[in-house]
Ligand binder design. Structure first.
Ligand SMILES: Cc1cc2nc3c(=O)[nH]c(=O)nc-3n(C[C@H](O)[C@H](O)[C@H](O)COP(=O)(O)OP(=O)(O)OC[C@H]3O[C@@H](n4cnc5c(N)ncnc54)[C@H](O)[C@@H]3O)c2cc1C
Length: 448
């Protein structure tokens, strides 16, 4: 495992920043709807509003696609994020709605790609809940039952049956979704947005959101925007203003690492014929996926809670990159010599229930958190539903299912540094036990 030449970046490994970043807002203006934040969520909201003839302004602190939207693993999930066992235990009634939301979100992104002719290397091959041990395989079977009971789709099988590397015991492939290059997707949606009638201002950091005579006043360093309605689409950065609901979410920092290009012949030997992206069944998952440039992107394994706003621009901690590289060598022993080439990270927002949330404050400020590290598809879909709500005045059933009737949320459990470290330690203990069981099985296996 080689990590000595890793390029650490504070943006993304998928794409460079755009060369045509738009100028900031310098004059006061008014509009009907203002969208704050230009990730997939904010861009899809503004695009939909513009397509529906609304007078919309989007304000983005850096450039559209700067946040998680260009940094994620590019796995378009077709099932809810989080631990489905806990979700079904504590939020059982919401499960069918969450499953439908996840599947419709994946289809929404596929439509977005087709409608705007976005070249983002999309492969509709369904994400796999991968098991690295027999214990995880037991968990996968339980999750599959929960998913099916809630109306979802997933095929359980061995690694051979699912066409995933033999270092995994097996898993469950989700019925919808697949994988793509998220940087290219975000760039394509940005292009569509800039061609629409929406007025977009980049390099425009909103410093406050307040109310005045029934309107919302959005302050930026040089000027103000007055809007009748506002959509907060700032994801993990949402805790910055007094107007944001308290305890809506906590920001967590997670990272991705990419290997150097690997010879196609060596990739073929893995048996990864489906090319499906994989997320392991640890409490804090590991993710693995192939890319169109013959590399493997891997990530997460540890969550680090953001402490203060504004959230800093960060590069990954080399110690965590080494830890991920070592996990990679365990899951892909035949590629243990492959070097890690680049590493990046981003901020995700986690809600206390691990469910997606959307809501409204006093009739004219809309917010959503969609959803807990699985928002690549859900954030834009929910954003488009909020746009439709603003135009039509009624909520789609998928929005209804995640709607918070009052902007009040319970405290977070196990999300402090000690709780997160404990969860990480449980995962590592299970890995150790599974490693020694695997070695013992190999020792006692009959030789031919
Ligand atoms: C490393 C990583 C891996 C992930 N992997 C996956 C995956 O494989 N599949 C999946 O479904 N999801 C994944 N996610 C989660 C997914 O990327 C997010 O849920 C989704 O991109 C959220 O989109 P968004 O538009 O809500 O937020 P963001 O893309 O974060 O956009 C928020 C925007 O708001 C802007 N902003 C913030 N504050 C202000 C301000 N004050 N004024 C103006 N603008 C502001 C930011 O600059 C940013 O551009 C991953 C995330 C990360 C970080």
């Amino acid at each position: 495992m080689r990590t000595d030449n890793v390029e650490y970046t504070t943006f993304s490994g998928w794409i460079d920043p755009p060369s045509d970043i738009l100028p900031p807002l310098t004059e006061d203006l008014t509009c009907d709807v203002a969208v704050i934040g230009g990730g997939m969520g904010g861009m899809a909201t503004a695009l939909r509003l513009a397509e529906r003839g609304q007078d919309v302004v989007l304000l983005e602190a850096e450039f559209c696609g700067y946040g998680s939207s260009s940094r994620n693993a590019g796995q378009v999930a077709g099932a809810p994020g989080g631990d489905l066992r806990l979700l079904s235990l504590f939020s059982g009634k919401k499960m069918p709605g969450m499953v439908r939301l996840a599947e419709n979100s994946a289809r929404f992104v596929e439509d977005l790609i087709t409608t705007h002719d976005i070249d983002c290397d999309y492969e509709p091959n369904g994400m796999v809940f991968g098991a690295v041990s027999r214990g995880q395989m037991f968990r996968v079977r339980t999750l599959a039952k929960i998913l099916h009971r809630a109306g979802g789709h997933g095929k359980v099988g061995t690694s051979e049956e699912l066409g995933i590397p033999r270092g995994f015991v097996g898993g469950m492939r989700e019925g919808e979704g697949g994988m793509l290059n998220p940087g290219k997707l975000a760039r394509g949606v940005r292009r569509a947005l800039l061609s629409s009638n929406a007025r977009v201002f980049e390099r425009t950091k909103v410093t406050d959101v307040t109310r005045d005579h029934g309107q919302v006043v959005i302050s930026t360093p040089r000027s103000d925007v007055r809007a009748n309605k506002v959509v907060l689409a700032t994801n993990a950065y949402s805790g910055e203003w007094d107007v944001t609901p308290k305890r809506l979410s906590v920001p967590m920092w997670i990272i991705e690492v990419e290997t150097e290009p690997i010879e196609p012949g060596r990739l073929d030997e893995l048996g990864w014929d489906s090319r499906s992206g994989i997320v392991t069944q640890h409490q804090i998952m590991e993710n693995y996926r192939l890319t169109s440039r013959n590399t493997i992107v891997l990530g997460v394994r540890r969550l680090e809670r953001g402490k203060t706003f504004p959230l800093p621009a960060k590069a990954p901690d080399p110690e965590l990159v080494e830890e991920l590289a070592s996990a990679f060598a365990t899951r892909f022993p035949s590629l243990a010599d492959v070097a890690m080439e680049r590493a990046w990270g981003g901020w995700i927002a986690i809600t206390s229930s691990w469910l997606s949330i959307a809501g409204e404050i006093d009739g004219n400020i809309y917010y959503s958190i969609a959803c807990n590290g699985h928002g690549l598809a859900q954030a834009p879909y929910v954003g488009s539903l909020i746009a439709d709500l603003i135009v039509d005045g009624s909520r789609h059933e998928d929005l209804e299912g995640i709607w918070a009737s009052a902007p009040k949320f319970p405290p977070f459990m196990m999300m402090g540094p000690l709780g997160l470290r404990t969860i990480w330690a449980v995962d590592r203990f299970n890995d150790l036990v599974n490693g020694s069981r695997r070695r013992a099985r190999r020792r006692t296996a009959p030789t031919t």
